[in-house]
Design a protein around this ligand. Structure first.
Ligand code: ZN
Ligand code: ZN
Length: 349
């Protein structure tokens, strides 16, 4: 943002909402009575790369557990799809009809996907991109965007990139929608902490969505982590929109197939900055900001919380595992004292 646009933005905020920016609730457009809750796994391997289940077996297993959205994201570097002689010809595990499964007949939505695996592992969605020849994470993300796809950074705990590096990527690539923060429950246990480090830097300006997936390689790994997508109707367009706007929550459990807390509704009062969660199957609700628990109970009230900064997100603790919301941007007060003088902001290009 240039100094001039920063100034215009701050003026608009001052005039538009009497000195404050309201709470931003990613679930604001969800009609909790009418929207459907669709269980999704967006990170799945099959015998087309290094998984043990055939594509048909993986699809059937997820369907049996009640999943309605599934992306088969085989690696582009190993298995029969990878083409070692000509990596540009690597393919995605697609379409399902090739494996004698028709998503429409199964009442499921299939998402074309791939795990870009030569560099930082990256989930690629809604595109046939499976080219193992990328030289950098930036190039991989750029290629996904050029094909109209969406991208998610997978299991960051495997690498040692800094939070600043991730924030830089999210600022540069709007189609990079989030980071996998639960991989097969807590296989990379520092990923939730990294997510808070990233949000601490990116918020209140830019929310970055958390994803939770099985990274399935073996049958016993099905049903450890999942997203619940909130959709007016099960269509590819709606799934894409939910992934882009954070209109989903996610869960992880310690035993495959066990249940997790279910969110029935989220009500937010944008001016007061309060958020209330209606749920079932939980023992407690914790509110987390910058990696710290700042409050507990069904309602978050910034006036009663312990120094929340920039954002807050909820963790619903259950008997078998936990459910998490996306981050809510907290209201910011913009006072004239915090606004830079005109001359100063104009030179700050
Ligand atoms: Zn991976
Ligand atoms: Zn994987």
């Amino acid at each position: 943002m240039t100094g001039k646009t920063a100034w215009a933005w701050m003026c608009a905020c001052l005039l538009g909402s009497l000195g404050s920016i309201a709470l931003a609730n990613p679930y604001a457009d969800v009609d909790w009575e009418k929207y459907e809750q669709h269980r999704a796994n967006l990170h799945t391997h099959t015998t087309m790369s290094d998984g043990r289940l055939t594509p048909a077996e993986a699809i059937d297993r997820y369907r049996e557990l009640g999943y309605t959205v599934l992306a088969l994201t085989d690696h582009d570097t190993v298995g029969p799809k990878a083409n070692r002689d000509d990596p540009k010809k690597a393919e995605t595990t697609w379409p399902w009809q090739r494996f004698d499964r028709d998503p429409a007949k199964l009442d499921m939505l299939a998402i074309q996907g791939n795990e870009i695996s030569k560099v930082h592992h990256i989930g690629s969605y809604f595109t046939g991109f499976g080219n193992a020849e990328v030289e950098s994470p930036e190039q991989a993300i750029e290629e996904i965007g050029q094909r109209g796809g969406l991208a998610v950074m997978f299991h960051p705990g495997r690498y040692d990139y800094s939070p600043e590096w991730y924030v830089g990527l999210f600022k540069r690539f709007p189609h990079l929608v989030g980071v996998e923060v639960c991989n097969r429950a807590d296989r990379y246990p520092t990923d939730l902490d990294l997510w808070d480090d990233i949000l601490e830097m990116s918020m209140p300006g830019q929310p970055i969505w958390g994803f939770a997936d099985d990274d399935t390689h073996r049958p016993e790994e099905v049903g450890r982590s999942w997203e619940i997508l909130l959709l007016p109707k099960l269509t590819a367009e709606n799934v894409r929109e939910a992934m882009k706007t954070g209109r989903f929550y996610f869960s992880m459990v310690y035993q495959a197939g066990a249940p997790a807390p279910r969110i029935k509704a989220i009500h937010a009062d944008e001016k007061a900055g309060t958020v209330t969660i209606e749920a079932e199957g939980h023992q407690q609700i914790y509110w987390i900001s910058c990696g710290r628990i700042v409050s507990s109970g069904p309602t978050f009230d910034p006036k009663r919380a312990r120094r929340p900064q920039g954002y807050v997100r909820a963790k619903l603790r259950g008997e078998h595992g936990d459910t998490y919301t996306q981050p809510f941007r907290l209201p910011i007060r913009v006072t004239p004292a915090s606004v830079a003088p005109v001359g100063q902001s104009q030179v700050a290009e």
